[in-house]
Design a protein around this ligand. Sequence first.
Ligand SMILES: [Zn+2]
Length: 497
Amino acid sequence: MGTKLLVTSAFIIIGIVVSFSIRREAPGLAIEETSIWKSYDRYKESAIPYRIIKHAEMQPLISKHVSSGLLRSSLQGTSVQGRKINHLVAGKGKTKVLLWTQMHGDESTATLALFDIFNFLSATDENDSFRHFLMEKLELHFIPMVNPDGAEVWKRRNAMDIDINRDAHALTTPEGRFLMKVADEIKPRFGFNLHDQNMLYSVGSSSKPATISFLAPAYNLVRDMNETRGNAAKMVVLMNRTLQKYLPDQVAKYSDAHEPRGFGDTFQNKGISTVLIESGGYQNDPQKQYIRKLNFYVLLSALHAIADESYEQEDMEQYHAIPDNGRFLFNLVIRNAEIVKDSLRYRASVGINYSASVDGTGKRLNYVGAIEELGDMHNNYGYHEVDASSFVSIPGKVITMKKGEWEKLSLESEAALLRQGYLYVRFSDQRSPAGPVRNRLLNLMNGISVSSRPIALYQYPNFVLAASGGKPAYAVVNGFLVDLSKKISYLPNTYGY
Ligand SMILES: [Zn+2]
């Protein structure tokens, strides 16, 4: 080795050592010193165990915490249809924080989490020092369910069909005006804008769902960083660090395109450091209960970091390092499926998604599947996937029976029919109902015959994947994958055609 090379190598090594030693060690997280994660079930509000929550269910829970003295009822708003919008205050500290949820009526995850936080704040246990610190240092302002009219019918917009989060400038909606009034009156240091996003967002181009996405919204079109937005970005870094232990590689960053009509962007511009949290999807969590726990935990971690100002120590560069939201996920991907179209027979991958809508009870979600992609999907991933390379695709068979017989079919009998390749029941004595059918495995159908094409783009996803000898291995019913070799339980819903 020549002298020159030796000297160069020495410099490189010194350079590496120096850069490692000046890289700041990430400070510890106060919440990790507590039993809060482990003890979550103690705080979880058991009166609201599902994703859908209505204003009328929320009010008694609020009254409970107002009577106990935890929450003080402050300003009061009214929705278009006359529902009360609550502004609730806890704590007596100097630093004000505003948290609001569900300005989109069908985005409830953080509303559930706020009630868990109220239970946490009013408990007495080994985590007293953590909660007392929050209550001494902070004045916490909560507006759970900004859009109660939308929540009533599980829709995004308010009763005027206006998107409240595009109303921060025009203030056409009473809900938007109320949120603005609270913010103007209290002038919080931090704001938390709490939403749900499409479960098909992925972390970058990876196979991982973006279960939580953060954003420090931009206050102008060129997306400058100033102190207000910088503090929100540092807070995002801290929240991301909090979550990685419980949600490795499933945190992303929401698009930071400036939206001057949005509340986050507008508050940032007013000097309120505002963080957007979007709750996405998580494997096998249709009621979003794990995501609710993540919201609960990460919000408490953030509040503590505001109380002790530790967020200031975060490295803002790490904000830019968080991967962006991508859109590479499907609910179900069937790889290398046999496609039959007229005289054509070929193999391609199939992407299936469900759309959800609330049912007649207003309390449950029904799903309708659709085949949304056909072709090369090597860049895409599914919450569920199956490799169909060794299977043929066949249409489901129809079995005819009386309505009364269908009503008496047990789960086991339906599973047995599914294993023989039946996907539909036709009533011999009357028409069957159209639309979602709950607690079933087989679809219902009337006069129309089954298409000879088992899989086709934009069609309903109902088909059987069978071994070359014809024995069914998988059934896809209303887009739900059923492994016929395993124990079968009821699907969320099948469909009447
Ligand atoms: Zn939203």
